[in-house]
Design a protein around this ligand. Structure first.
Ligand SMILES: [Zn+2]
Length: 100
């Protein structure tokens, strides 16, 4: 659990290529903003992302990373669960910032 996780900004076509290589399938219709590659301990984020979208995508991918580090692969595979937790985390960080 002690390994470093890298974060890289790359183009969306590069993201899709890595996604296809990891999962053996093409990403679903909608655009791909981020990805966690557990084999390289790297979070990839689309270089087009900014602001809130960037923060939320980072936290979403970070949640995959944490769940997989904790051995909770089934939870990490549940995109709805990952979305919910990362949105709650984002909200709590924004709220904490506002309270400072
Ligand atoms: Zn996801």
């Amino acid at each position: 659990m002690a390994h470093t996780v890298h974060v890289k900004r790359i183009s969306e076509p590069q993201l899709k290529k890595i996604y296809a290589g990891l999962s053996g399938k093409l990403p679903k219709g909608e655009s791909l903003c981020g990805l966690y590659d557990h084999t390289k301990h790297t979070i990839y984020l689309a270089d087009s992302l900014t602001g809130t979208e960037l923060e939320q995508t980072f936290l979403h991918e970070k949640m995959h990373c944490l769940l997989e580090s904790a051995g909770k692969q089934a939870l990490s595979d549940n995109e709805g669960f990952v979305d919910l937790l990362s949105e709650l985390l984002h909200q709590s960080i924004v709220t904490a910032k506002g309270a400072a």
